[in-house]
Design a protein around this ligand. Structure first.
Ligand code: IMP
Length: 425
């Protein structure tokens, strides 16, 4: 294994966790490059289930260095809880490294996220209420607090006072909410630091060193291509850049040192929160996919919107992320269908489009063009190799590969580690 990026090709929740877990075994270092605890990976090992929001799931593999890199945003209270929980379950967290340059999600970011969503009313984005947008906004505005600042309590207090001078005007006069107390907030955040203080490091230097030595690195993307701040369905997007290119911006690696990019696509499509979704099924079939697929958010528990696989989205994601291969997850969820559908084009104003339009209001209006394939009507959860998959399931996978223009290298047929079927090298 060389350097590999794992990236979501839809609207998140593609089941990237199982692939990250599999590939982490072959990497020396696992790196998260963007996002924060808006993400949620579930990894099932035997009868144990682990839910990760911040820490790379590679931590389950002893001896790996697991980095939360510069481009991430970190809620110290959540990090402290996650580290303590893992330790309590006997997981060695010695390999965890937190970038001193990563930005901190402060309690006032969470308050601002919630107040702003309330203010938007019907136009709300449906954020995870984790403070992601306000934290990245402050980073861009250059008034953010970085993880390294948590090691200098006096500096931190002064910065928090300074930030709250402005934000309290916003909270009280614009949102008509309570003002926040700077010292109480600094105290709250500082209480969490002892859990991870010793893990704070210059992770950029670590990544640069690993690249120079040719060590295998796995970059673990959170969220997905169509939630990207630029490439997603703006404004119904997250505030970071989940696309593969951001692995460079958020860590210390350059573009020519990324050797392999694996896109993860669920065998159907889901979305949480608002925004266009051309292949959405708002009928009983959509409900059936939600129930069979357990489509409820790992982070917020919200029911996910469900629909057919959108091949137009996957094909564009393949180009925008330079995918070398695809992993198709949760194929077993389609086991009981007579027919499976793939969207192969959009029709708008009499024209056929095979790229995702940049304007979400156009995506909102498109008519989907479907290709129907026969279902396999067979339980595939026991499949462990390509030969175990029924012919119609293989046909569906082959068609996805043709549409995306890249080979399908992995298929998952259940949540357990052993249910990831490797189709090719
Ligand atoms: P935020 O990232 O909390 O600001 O949320 C912005 C949008 O991204 C909302 O529609 C969320 O539902 C969505 N979102 C953020 N993180 C995830 C994720 O990990 N999976 C799926 N959707 C997500």
């Amino acid at each position: 294994m060389k350097t590999t990026v794992i990236v979501g090709t839809q609207w998140g929740d593609e089941g990237k966790g199982c692939l990250c877990d599999y590939l982490a075994a072959q990497a020396d270092i696992v790196v998260r490059y963007q996002g924060g605890n808006n993400a949620g990976h579930t990894v099932v090992v035997g009868d144990q289930q682990f839910k990760f929001h911040l820490i790379p799931s590679g931590i389950l593999h002893p001896g790996k260095l697991c980095i939360m890199a510069d481009g991430t945003v970190i809620d110290p209270l959540v990090l402290c809880r996650e580290v303590d929980d893992l330790r309590a379950r006997g997981v060695d967290t010695g390999g965890l490294r937190i970038s001193a340059a990563a930005h901190v999600i402060m309690p006032y970011h969470i308050a601002q996220d919630i107040l702003e969503e309330k203010r938007r009313g019907d136009r709300k984005i449906g954020t995870t209420s984790r403070g992601i947008g306000p934290a990245y906004a402050d980073k861009s505005k250059r008034c953010g607090i970085r993880i390294g600042d948590l090691l200098r309590p006096d500096v931190l207090r002064a910065r928090v006072r300074d930030v709250l001078d402005e934000k309290n005007v916003l909270f009280t006069q614009y949102y008509h909410a309570e003002a926040l107390d700077a010292d109480a907030i600094a105290d709250q955040v500082l209480c969490a630091v002892p859990s991870f203080r010793d893990h704070i490091a210059d992770t950029r230097a670590m990544v640069i060193d690993a690249v120079r030595r040719g060590r295998p690195i796995l970059f673990e993307g959170a969220q997905a291509t169509y939630l990207d701040l630029d490439y997603g369905t703006y404004p119904n997007v997250t505030s970071s850049h989940p696309v593969a290119g951001a692995a460079c911006l958020g860590t210390g690696i350059g573009p020519r040192d990324i050797h392999d990019v694996i896109g993860v696509a669920k065998a159907y499509t889901t979305r949480v929160g608002s925004g266009p979704f051309p292949t959405e099924l708002t009928d009983a079939l959509g409900d059936r996919l939600r129930e069979r697929g357990g489509e409820y958010g790992t982070t917020t528990g919200r029911p996910r919107r469900c629909g057919w696989l959108d091949g137009v989205m996957i094909a564009c994601a393949a180009t925008m992320n330079s995918l070398s291969a695809l992993a198709v997850t949760k194929l077993d969820v389609l086991d009981d269908l007579d027919t499976v559908r793939i969207c192969v084009g959009y029709r708008i104003d009499g024209e056929v489009m095979t790229t995702v339009p940049m304007d979400p209001s156009v995506l909102e209006r498109v008519e989907t063009i479907y290709e129907d394939l026969p279902g396999w009507r067979q339980d595939i959860t026991g499949a462990r190799s390509a030969a175990d998959l029924p012919a119609n399931a293989r046909r569906y996978i082959d068609r996805i590969s043709e549409i995306a223009g890249v080979p399908v290298r992995f298929v998952s047929v259940g949540p357990e580690r052993s249910q990831l079927v490797v189709l090719g090298a």
